[in-house]
Design a protein around this ligand. Structure first.
Ligand code: NAG
Ligand code: NAG
Length: 369
């Protein structure tokens, strides 16, 4: 209530100030911005995140796995230049969601002992780099499987109840924005690499198998109180620098369109699950977050977005380094990542995440806020 009043007063003051110095478009932009902030402070008390390296903020630092990034140069552009375990030079898309909704500048990892329930009450990520929908994927990378992320969420709910009181905790969960982002590893570290799944499923069957797990997962989150849910699809994996570096087809070093199409196809299946469940589960607000179209637009027309380097990553030679292969000192690592789309050979830079996050906040997320 207090936040709302402060925002409204601020809105009034700014409006009056601007009226005396008229600049109609600026005024309008200002008003829209402030109104979004007002709404956000009322509606979304927390962001709760599940998934893989696209949304892990350091849970893997506490898991015995090679899927880590809590060392330099990771985090070079993060607050304090700190390598948190985010697979990025700075913040992730979910951190920008949190900031855009007026909550806080970044979302901490649940297993990070530097934070407590007081911090997690307004946002937390259970994500683990290297994980997937498929249990086998997290076994290959030795990270936290999706079912275990749900166990952590149950544990979180108990702590939230003691911290906020039962009613307020339930209200928080109900109004919170749930975000999930995973699936890439099911294809790139599991299906296309390990023989087990291809011997059981065609690629089409495997996609259906994963979409079935996504459905069960959303149902379980609903049972646990989630009502506002955003489910991300896959990024354009055919344009990851690591994939481009080994693309020896006609257009050498180009994107693999077959893999981008796979990301689209699987996105279609997940999107179908989201539509079905949003009709079936009462009182939900759900959206699918498409991660293919906007990133591809940026990769195809980088200059429109102030970017220059989209084929190679900033870290190392930009062709294959990620996780422990992306480390300091490396004379090839770029000195300024602000014009790069990719930070390491499989993960976006902060600037790419920022552009995509802003786009999603205004489009898909706006539908459920
Ligand atoms: C994944 O593993 C968990 C825990 O063993 C199990 O409950 C779940 O059914 C498994 N999921 C699938 C799709 O096999
Ligand atoms: C990187 O370059 C951008 C644009 O030229 C500049 O604004 C920014 O300060 C630079 N960052 C660092 C860390 O030098």
């Amino acid at each position: 209530m207090d936040t709302q009043n402060i925002d409204l007063q601020w809105l009034l003051i700014t409006t009056l100030a601007l009226l005396f110095k008229p600049a109609p478009i600026m005024l309008l932009m200002h008003l829209c911005f402030l109104m979004t902030q007002v709404e956000a402070t009322i509606k979304v008390p927390a962001i709760i995140v599940f998934g893989d390296s696209t949304v892990d903020a350091g849970n893997n630092n506490h898991v015995p796995t090679l899927a880590r990034s809590n060392f330099e140069p990771y985090g070079r552009d993060f607050e304090g230049g700190k390598p948190t375990g985010r697979f990025c030079n700075g913040r992730l898309a979910t951190d920008f969601f949190s900031e855009a909704l007026g909550i806080k500048p970044f979302i901490p990892a649940y297993l990070d002992p530097g934070y407590s329930i007081e911090d997690f009450a307004t946002g937390v990520t259970f994500a683990s780099a290297g994980t997937g929908y498929d249990n086998l994927t997290s076994q290959i990378t030795n990270v936290i499987p999706l079912w275990k992320q749900i166990e952590y969420f149950k544990d979180y709910k108990t702590k939230l109840s003691s911290y906020l009181g039962k009613t307020k905790a339930e209200e928080t969960i109900q109004e919170a924005l749930f975000v999930t982002s995973l699936g890439t590893n099911d294809f790139v570290v599991d299906y296309y690499v390990s023989p087990s799944r291809p011997s059981q499923f065609t690629i089409e069957e495997y996609q259906n198998f994963l979409a079935g797990i996504a459905e069960e997962f959303i149902r379980e989150m609903y049972t646990l109180g989630a009502r506002r849910v955003a489910v991300a699809g896959l990024p354009p994996i055919g344009c990851l620098p690591v994939i481009r570096s080994v693309n020896f087809n006609a257009e050498m070093g180009g994107c693999r369109e077959d893999l981008n199409n796979l990301a689209r196809d699987f996105g279609g299946k997940v999107s179908g699950v989201v539509s079905k469940l949003s009709r079936e589960l009462k009182g939900t607000k759900m959206v699918f977050l498409d991660l293919v179209d906007k990133p591809l637009q940026i990769i195809r027309n980088p200059h429109l977005y102030g970017l220059e380097n989209v084929g190679r990553a900033c870290c190392g030679t930009g062709t294959f380094e990620f996780a422990y292969a992306c480390h300091e000192p490396d004379p090839f690592t770029c000195t300024n990542a602000s014009t790069y789309a990719f930070w390491d050979s499989v993960h976006p830079t902060e600037v790419l995440y920022h552009i995509v996050a802003d786009h999603l906040v205004k489009t898909a997320l706006a539908q459920i806020l």
